[in-house]
Design a protein around this ligand. Structure first.
Ligand SMILES: [Zn+2]
Length: 88
């Protein structure tokens, strides 16, 4: 099974968050490097897809689509992208 492009995850993320998320980045909680969501390796996984980190293949996000409703759950991954927030 060929991995999906990280951008395949971008569609549902856009739908959920209302903004383009593929350029959002954050550190992998398992191996450390910061990467963009577009760099994830996506794999189809019923009932949705999972996004795996490039280097260690840790699952960092799970995308589910149940009854037409998409949900994204981040695991071991925290987005750094919070435009305009200015505080940490
Ligand atoms: Zn990683």
């Amino acid at each position: 099974m060929a991995p999906l492009d990280g951008n395949a995850i971008g569609g549902p993320l856009l739908e959920l968050s209302g903004r383009e998320m593929t350029a959002a980045d954050g550190p992998c909680g398992q191996c450390g490097p910061v990467f963009q969501l577009a760099e994830l390796r996506g794999y189809a996984s019923a009932p949705g897809a999972v996004g795996r980190c490039r280097s260690r293949r840790a699952v960092v996000l799970a995308l589910t689509s149940i009854r037409g409703q998409s949900r994204v759950r981040f695991r071991q991954f925290r987005l750094l992208d919070n435009p305009g927030a200015g505080s940490s």
